[in-house]
Design a protein. Structure first.
Length: 293
């Protein structure tokens, strides 16, 4: 009987614990993205276990620049701070590209379990901005007027919005492509199985703004739903709010990643070089003659 190397690998303990306790796992993909084959095999096993149960996880060491994520959020905040009249110049239409005003949508859950627990009959309280793959006017799909495959709208009032958000889109696309071999292995397919299936991937970016207001009964910021693409990648924020339904029906909070600085607080300590810190740490904890060798 053939024994594959995958069959000898177990789901990591912390992932098993998260699945059992219905908490969002945090998965380090750094070694995998650096080409470590053993790390890929382990990630594949963990991914399969997660996606067949919780269906959601947080990744760290993904290689997307935090500065780029921060500047993208900053541009998006500037966009939603524009006057409504300005934003409405770019309102979405046939191709669902551009500005989506507050209470213009009502995301409908298609999962029975979600539908029963959250009857969302009112309009969602959020504004959005949608953009797709950036196309030129002579793109064949644009010329053919294929739905959702038109040229993007970009706000004239924010000249940095387009280059920064497109750089973000490209970074996330590269990350998504680099994650494909892990998913192929998780499905017990050859690692390059998806390579020729995403040569010119389509994507849908939706920037959202949730007004900081107390909602009236039954109003939701965005109705519970399942996404419809092959994969969704979301940037984590410092602001909590995102929740994911576990198989039992429990809502799991997608908490911001822990840092030494709380949102809005000043850093507790001044920045320090590692060596300076190490000297003071060791001197403070060990009693010996510091002048001796
Ligand atoms: Fe979604």
């Amino acid at each position: 009987m053939a024994v594959t190397s995958e069959s000898l690998i177990s789901v990591t303990e912390k992932v098993m614990r998260c699945i059992a306790d219905e908490e969002i796992p945090i998965v380090d993909v750094g070694d995998y993205l650096n080409g470590d084959i053993k790390a890929r095999e382990q990630l594949a096993v963990d991914l399969r276990a997660i996606q067949e149960s919780l269906g959601f996880f947080v990744i760290v060491n993904h290689g997307v620049s935090q500065d780029l994520i921060d500047s993208s959020f900053e541009q998006v905040a500037r966009l939603f701070a524009l006057p409504l009249k300005t934003k409405m110049k770019y309102q979405v239409g046939y191709h669902h590209i551009g500005y989506i005003p507050d209470r213009a949508s009502s995301v409908r859950p298609h999962d029975v379990k979600i539908s029963e627990s959250h009857k969302n009959h009112k309009k969602d309280v959020n504004e959005g901005w949608a953009f797709m793959r950036d196309r030129l006017p002579d793109d064949p799909k644009v010329l053919a007027n294929i739905r959702h495959r038109s040229t993007n709208k970009w706000p004239d009032e924010l000249p940095d919005f387009r280059p920064i958000l497109l750089e973000y889109q490209e970074s996330m696309t590269q990350l998504a492509l680099r994650m494909l071999p892990a998913y192929a292995c998780a499905l017990e397919m050859p690692a390059d199985y998806f390579d020729d299936k995403f040569t010119l991937p389509e994507f849908y970016n939706r920037c959202s703004w949730y007004p900081p207001s107390v909602l009236e009964t039954n109003y939701l910021s965005v109705g519970p739903h399942a996404d419809h693409s092959s994969m969704t990648y979301l940037p984590l924020m410092d602001v909590p709010g995102l929740e994911v339904m576990a198989p039992s029906g429990k809502w799991m909070e997608v908490a911001p990643l822990p840092t030494c600085v709380s949102p809005g607080d000043q850093p507790k300590y001044d920045p320090v070089a590692f060596h300076d810190y190490q000297v003071s740490y060791l001197d403070g904890n060990y009693f010996y003659l510091k002048d001796s060798n």
